[in-house]
Every structure is written in structure tokens, then in C-alpha cells.
Ligand binder design. Sequence first.
Ligand SMILES: Nc1ncnc2c1ncn2[C@@H]1O[C@H](COP(=O)(O)OP(=O)(O)OP(=O)(O)O)[C@@H](O)[C@H]1O
Ligand SMILES: [Mg+2]
Length: 390
Amino acid sequence: MAVPVESVLSGAPKGSGPLAVYRHAVASQRLLSDPAQAVAAERLQSLWQKLRHYDPPARLARKTLVGRFLRRKPVDEAPASHLHGLYLVGEVGRGKSMLMDMFFETAEVPRRRRIHFHAFMQETHRRIFAWRESNHDGHDPIPPLADQIAEEAILLCFDEFQINDIADAMILGRLFEALFERGVIVVATSNTAPDDLFRGQPGRDAFLPFIAILKQNLDVLVLEAAQDYRRSRPDTEDTWHVPLGAEARTALDEAFAQMTEGEAVAPVSLQVMGRTLPVVQASHGVARFSFNDLCARNLGAGDYLAIATHFHAVVLDDVPRLTPDNHNEARRFINLIDNLYDHRVKLVASAAAMPDQLYAEGDGAKAFERTASRLMEMRTEGYFELPHLT
Ligand SMILES: Nc1ncnc2c1ncn2[C@@H]1O[C@H](COP(=O)(O)OP(=O)(O)OP(=O)(O)O)[C@@H](O)[C@H]1O
Ligand SMILES: [Mg+2]
């Protein structure tokens, strides 16, 4: 049973924390009871309790001499412990994001922010770049950046914590250390345990201190929920057409005609960061692409985001089975599906195999498990009923 978080949160008792919300959802049969989730909800509850009305003063700006001096003074401790949050790790579809959202929505912390970790990293690189553009004196950008982030939000909830990139790995250790020093509380969900982050990547040794900082500051909880809840509801929509061939093509032609309600199909252009992304077939908020249009060309997160916000449905032809040689296509497809899923875009596709069997081995095959799980959820009636998020 895949249940949209919005519906799980609604009707929960006001003024109580994530545990009451979770129990209420189970009692009202919107969620199946799961002992491992209940344990996680209890841990989140105790963090919730400690953080009630947590709002340490933002520190003085760095610009003045006094500000620089004050920076050296000890800062406010996080309440009642050295712990600065929780790292929730587990297999796909176990309810990590759902539990984090229950915590985030109920947290009585005035300055809080929930963000996809990937988006946070992009923003961080942009800010460092901007800081370097305007400060040519060679000063370290990390302390002012940490000040800025801590001023915006003292509680940061990161969905899908993952390190893919040496550029991220290099700044994260110092940035997180600075954030924890400033009393920032972090709650993260991830498919990867801290000890396995960035494993097997060149330059990992330089990254090890960051893992130590994470483990020192965050309580790591492995969520061993009973099942991938995205898969537990039989799919009711005829949205994933296997195998490839004339029959699948006809099914997609029909789906496209039905969703566009017979309106004229025409090309459109989307503007993405100063570039133009051509969409050859579109009508009525629905676009049709082939897998190669979107994943065999050098498109990136910005393009997929533009598609996901502009169209409420996508018809995707000819998703092939991917091999280790296709790891770039696989990476783009993961990114595409993450964007479509986050924006609740409806997907009808033809493919060489079921999602599970599309990319069994190769770089990023582990991350692809989440994609497969999401694709399964995207086939359900529950998903089709969700509104498009623009
Ligand atoms: N106990 C439950 N009963 C019914 N549905 C559930 C339960 N727990 C989670 N779900 C539903 O399962 C789906 C997947 O949950 P969620 O997105 O939180 O998983 P996740 O652990 O964050 O997965 P991923 O690692 O892929 O991000 C959601 O639609 C959620 O509402
Ligand atoms: Mg999640």
C-alpha cells in the first residue's frame, strides 16, 4: 500500500509529535502497523521533545571585528546532549521519508528546512562560487556559509543523503563540522549507511573524517521495516508495457491520445538555464519522448526538473535493458525518474523489462533499486490520484 504522506499527516492530533501522528495513522488504518517504524517514530519523538522551541540565537555577522572575535567563543550547545540529530538508513520504500516528514511537519522549531540533499549540494556549490566571485582575498568560504545556513534554519531535514561526487566530498566534512558547532540539528534519510558513503570512489580517504563527524554527531538508526511498501499494492493502471514491439507502441499511442484528449500535438520549447530544450511532441500538459531523447543525450537535472514541472504526464517509449556500458544512460534515467516522482508526474512507458530487471549490474545499480521501487509506486492507482506538484 503506497500512501501519500499528505494524507497520512492529515487529521493527526495537533501539538503532539511524530509518534502520535504515526500511531494515529496506524489506528485509522491508513498505515500498516510496522514495529521497526514504531521504533523509529519513538526515536524521532525523543528528538522532537528535546527540540521543542529550540531556537539558539544566530551569531553576529562576520563583517565586524567584534563579530570575528565572538566567533571564537563557544556557541550554544544543542539541548541536553552532544547529539545533533538522526540519520535514518534503510532499504527502499521502508518509510524513511514518510517518518522524517512526520517529524518535520510537527517540529516546534521556528527555523526549519526540509530539502532534497542533492538540491542542497547544488545550492551550496552555487553559494561558494558566488562568495569567491565577490571575495578575492582568499578567505575560507566555509565559516560564512555555515553562518548563513544556520541563520536560515537551525533544523535541517535532508531527504536522500548521498555522496556522488568528489567536489561534494571535499567540502562536506568542514561544512558539517561548522554547522554542528553552530547548533544545527540534522535529520537525514539515506539508502547508504555512513560507513558505506562514497565507498570505492577515488579520493575516499580524504572523505573519512566526514564519516567520523557524522557518526559522532548523529544517532544512526537502521530502519528494518517489514517491506517495500511501494510494492505492496497491486498495480491497477496499465502503465508499463513490456516487451518492446508493435503492441507496446500501439498501447502508448492510445495512452497519449487518451491523455491529450485528442487535442492537436505540437512541438514546444522549454527554457532551461538560458538554453532551449526542444520537446517534439506535446499537448495538453502531456509530453511524449523516447528513452534516447531524454537519457542518451547529455541532459541533466535542470532539464528533468523543467520537464517535471512543465508537464503533468510523460509518455516514454523504448526503455531498454541497461548494461554496465550504459551507466551514463542509467544515471540520467535515475535522475529523470527522481524528478518525475518528486513532482508526481504520471508516467506511461514501454520497456524491455519490468523495472527490477532493467539495470541489474553496473555503476549506480544500487541507486537504481530506488528507481525501480519508485517506478512500481508510479504504476499504482494511488499515485495516479495525486495532484501534480509544480
Ligand atoms: N506502514 C506503512 N503502511 C502503508 N504504507 C506505508 C507504510 N510505510 C510507508 N508507506 C508508504 O510507502 C511509500 C514509501 O515510503 P517512503 O517514501 O517513506 O520510503 P523511503 O524509505 O523513503 O524509500 P526511498 O529509500 O526509496 O526514498 C510511501 O507512499 C509511504 O506512504
Ligand atoms: Mg525516501
